[in-house]
Design a protein. Structure first.
Lengths: 228, 309
């Protein structure tokens, strides 16, 4: 599903590599946790996967799309296969829960009828039934992150990238979000989660990839936070 | 097909939403664009009015060439032929001595002293025969003067050729005012077009800045570039449409209802008013097109500079 082969990213002309010959392979339907300290290179890796950044060298194939042959005009098509969830939710404050989720469908030209049919199902999946007409500022942090996840998965992407989704949440809400990500993974979506939360990493018993100074220093099938 | 239609409609809806959300900036951009469109339409209107006025005055202008009493009908006939051959000449009319006297008598009906002086002359007629020449443009008389000079021997040496002196001056004055107002109008329009472009450019720049998170999110969830840019273009085009409607209403309400009062100053407004009254939809449409062009052009500049996708 995700293949990186000796991917290097250097910012500026002679800077220190943010990613240094990173190679990894993620199978379809896998749940992978990416850990590392701030500045380790996690964000660079995610930005390269969503094609916000281009690697300095190396090969990337995501969902069968080879980034070497990917034309700029097809980047939106790639991004529609990848759902992204952020630490700060990035919801549109002047739109309701329903409208925020529907927005992801509107931009791909789905009809209003299809939207009315699809969005309630996702709202139910993330456990927000009854809050369709609330605005983001009327929701708790955990609920806002659920809306963001609903928006990310409403188009049924093959891959869900969750970049520190629990970073702004208390432990209870953090676990709610993690359970939701596991549920989505069970439905067949590959999940790539980055987190600093040791408790979550240790208890999930999932594959853990540790990055440090731009290099993969460990890749363990049922890993824990400090294994690297 | 249906999806692209749905997407296009959504781009318009988002543009409309942005337009509403941006109330203050929208107002500023719309006001400036309204002033710009008003200046443009008033300049066009003034040009029509001045042209009509000048045309009307020109039609009244004639040049009188006075003839000697000794000139024979054959000589006069040839002179008339020479004048008619001048390209700018539209008509040549022969006024005989007796007709000239009648004209004088008609024009001096109430001037008894003049009539009395004439009566004292008895059957003597002091008025020379003349040729009344009308031209397309009283300011271009070189060819005519050449034709007159060619027949100099037939001219009455005591009565010089008349160019309807005052009227010519009036025409020159109107032409000058017309030229000045047209230039001033064009300069003002150009200045305000530039100001409009700057204001709309800035408004869209602010809108892009205010919505940077939304734009970022749209990019990451796979929105096409046109889908992200489209609403800004629609928003800017709406400034033009709204400004066109407002300036159209102002133009019709204020200028056209007051236009008749200009008639007191011998300014011909009738045709222009009729034109504006006969073609309101076309004029509104033209204003909308100009407004939208200004808006879209400015938005494109701002997008190219600030919306990196």
């Amino acid at each position: 599903m995700i293949l990186l082969d000796r991917v290097t990213k250097i910012y500026g002309k002679e800077g220190t590599p943010a990613l240094n010959r990173v190679s990894l392979h993620v199978e379809p339907k896998e749940f992978v946790i990416l850990v590392g300290t701030s500045g380790a290179g996690k964000s660079s890796l995610l930005k390269i996967l969503t094609r916000e950044e281009r690697p300095t060298s190396g090969k990337i194939v995501v969902g069968g799309i080879d980034y070497d042959t990917l034309k700029d005009r097809n980047i939106p098509l790639l991004r529609r296969k990848i759902g992204v969830v952020f630490q700060d939710f990035k919801l549109l404050p002047q739109r309701t829960v329903f409208e925020n989720i529907a927005f992801a469908l509107e931009i791909v030209g789905m009809t209003n009828r299809e939207i009315r049919h699809t969005v309630p199902k996702v709202i139910e999946l993330v456990g927000l039934t009854g809050k369709e007409n609330k605005f983001p500022n009327e929701l708790s942090g955990g609920e806002q992150q659920r809306v963001a996840i609903a928006r990310a998965v409403v188009r049924q992407p093959k891959i869900l990238i969750a970049d520190e989704p629990t970073g702004n949440l208390d432990p209870k809400h953090s676990w709610d979000i993690v359970r939701l990500l596991e549920k989505i993974n069970r439905y067949g979506t590959t999940v790539l989660l980055t987190t600093h939360n040791q408790d979550i990493v240790n208890k999930l018993k999932r594959r853990v990839i540790t990055i440090d100074h731009g290099k993969v220093i460990s890749d363990v099938a049922q890993g824990s936070y400090n294994q690297g | 097909m249906r999806r692209s239609m749905t997407t296009t409609l959504r781009v318009f809806r988002y543009g409309l939403d942005n337009f509403r959300r941006n109330a203050w900036l929208t107002t500023a951009a719309t006001v400036v664009m309204t002033i710009t469109l008003l200046i443009i339409i008033v300049t066009v209107f003034a040009r029509f009015v001045f042209n009509d006025t000048i045309d009307q005055v020109r039609q009244k202008i004639d040049i009188s060439v006075y003839l000697r009493d000794e000139d024979t009908p054959a000589q006069i006939q040839k002179f008339v032929g020479d004048l008619k051959n001048v390209p700018d000449v539209t008509s040549v009319e022969y006024i005989s001595k007796s007709q000239a006297r009648q004209v004088f008598e008609t024009q001096n009906k109430t001037e008894f002293s003049n009539l009395q002086a004439l009566a004292e002359l008895g059957s003597d007629n002091p008025f020379p025969a003349s040729l009344k020449v009308k031209t397309k443009d009283p300011n271009k008389l070189d060819n005519l003067n050449a034709a007159i000079a060619k027949n100099k021997s037939l001219l009455d040496p005591t009565t010089p050729t008349s160019y309807s002196g005052e009227r010519k001056e009036a025409i020159d004055k109107i032409a000058n005012v017309s030229q000045f107002s047209e230039t001033a109008g064009l300069v003002a329009a150009a200045v305000f077009v530039v100001i409009s472009i700057m204001i709309v450019f800035n408004t869209i720049r602010m809108a892009i800045f205010n919505r940077r998170d939304e734009i970022e999110m749209m990019k990451l969830i796979g929105a096409e570039k046109q889908f992200i840019r489209g609403p800004f273009i629609v928003e800017a085009a709406l400034y033009g449409v709204l400004a066109a409607v407002i300036s159209f209403i102002l133009m019709y309400a204020v200028v056209l209802t007051r236009a008749d009062s200009l008639g007191q100053y011998d300014i011909v407004v009738g045709n222009s008013v009729h034109f504006f009254q006969a073609w309101p939809a076309a004029i509104l449409l033209a204003q909308m097109v100009v407004g939208m062009l200004i808006g879209v052009f400015s938005a494109q500049l701002a997008i190219r500079r600030y919306l990196k996708l």
